[in-house]
Design a protein around this ligand. Structure first.
Ligand code: HMG
Ligand code: MG
Length: 299
């Protein structure tokens, strides 16, 4: 299969990245990050989550963040919603697209959202119904697609079963989360191959955490499987509060650099993106997690 001409980057830094920071982050800094990412040309930004603040304190200010960002026409500003309450809060905050999140492993589902996989899918049904009523698109996530921090190996069939349920209930796209970053390119190809037998490739996305340094290779494997949407996090921000030791998503700068080298269009400006990543890294007082940013800023 030949490589796509265009890829859609889903920027998850403000949500997947910042949700894992231990120190409180000012709402103004979160707003600035989202505005910087808009300025860099990202067409899809996951801004925050409407989840229980007891579970993920860092996402508590998401409504204020949505109120403060400058929305650019044509850009999608999305939020996670684990239940109807989260969806309604998102709606009140003016969110136009939400994401629901399930897991391919029972233990991770329990630790992350305090219910079984099938209970979580049942919880999403009223969200789907309400979303249809309000003309809101819903994206679906499956976590632990290439390994679970509690159960180890996860079979592609198990992943496909959960993904199928999300797609069947109306998620327009399903993103496959390698939550702990243990996946390798062969396993990635096998997974997408398995799922693509049941859901069109154009409806699949890859979401790779870079814990084991495999994310870029896995994205390339995804490209070879005809996948054209990838999630990433500026400056490689983040981790997962319920997957100990997991690092952030692959850095958006690094993905962009690779795609530029392959001649694949994304509409994103690398210099502006590097500036956005360095700015939030300075705010957080952490080293920039993008290799490309580090190289370009050292010269
Ligand atoms: P629970 O404790 O079972 O829920 O949590 P509950 O219904 O019993 O409610 C408990 C309390 O939470 C109540 O408050 C509710 O009102 C409140 P209290 O009466 O105790 O004061 N509550 C809420 N508050 C605000 N917003 C809400 C909400 N719902 C209930 N929406 C629940 C269940 C799902 C709520 C909880 O487990 C939760 O919020 N989990 C979120 C976990 C999370 O955000 N994880 C990170 C995102 S997923 C991820 O990172 C993976 C991904 O990146 C892909 C990958 O990498 O694999 C997407
Ligand atoms: Mg994630």
């Amino acid at each position: 299969m030949s490589l796509p001409q265009r890829v859609r980057l889903v920027e998850v830094g403000p949500r997947d990245g910042l949700q894992n920071e231990a120190r409180p982050i000012d709402v103004a800094d979160k707003i600035r990050l989202v505005d910087d990412l808009t300025h860099a040309g990202l067409g899809y930004i996951e801004v925050g989550s409407f989840v229980s603040p007891k579970w993920v304190p860092q996402m508590a200010g998401s409504a204020e963040v949505f109120a403060g960002i400058q929305r650019k026409k044509g850009v999608t500003y999305a939020a996670l919603a684990p239940n109807l309450r989260g969806f309604e809060d998102a709606l009140t905050a003016g969110v136009k697209e939400v994401a629901v999140f399930a897991a391919a492993s029972e233990s991770f589902s329990q630790r992350n959202i305090n219910c079984s996989i099938s209970e979580s899918l049942d919880r999403f049904l009223p969200i789907m119904e309400a979303a249809r009523l309000h003309g809101i698109q819903v994206r679906g996530y499956v976590s632990c697609v290439l390994g679970c921090p509690y159960e180890g190996a996860v079979s592609p069939k198990q992943v496909a079963a959960v993904a199928n349920e999300l797609f069947a209930m109306g998620c327009y796209e399903v993103s496959f989360g390698d939550t702990i970053g243990t996946g390798t390119p062969g396993a990635t190809r096998e997974l997408f191959n398995e799922v693509a037998g049941q859901i069109p490739r154009s409806k699949l996305a890859g979401h790779f955490h870079d814990t084991y340094g495999q994310a870029l290779a896995n994205i390339y494997a995804g490209l070879l499987e005809g996948i054209q949407v990838f999630d990433s996090s500026v400056a490689g921000l983040g981790g997962c509060p319920y997957a100990k030791g997991a690092t952030g998503n692959v850095a958006t700068e690094d993905v962009l650099y690779m795609l530029m080298g392959l001649g694949i269009d994304t509409g994103v400006d690398l210099d502006a993106l590097v500036a956005a990543g360095q700015r939030i890294s300075d705010v957080l007082g952490r080293a920039n997690g993008s290799r490309v940013a580090k190289a370009r800023l050292s010269g």
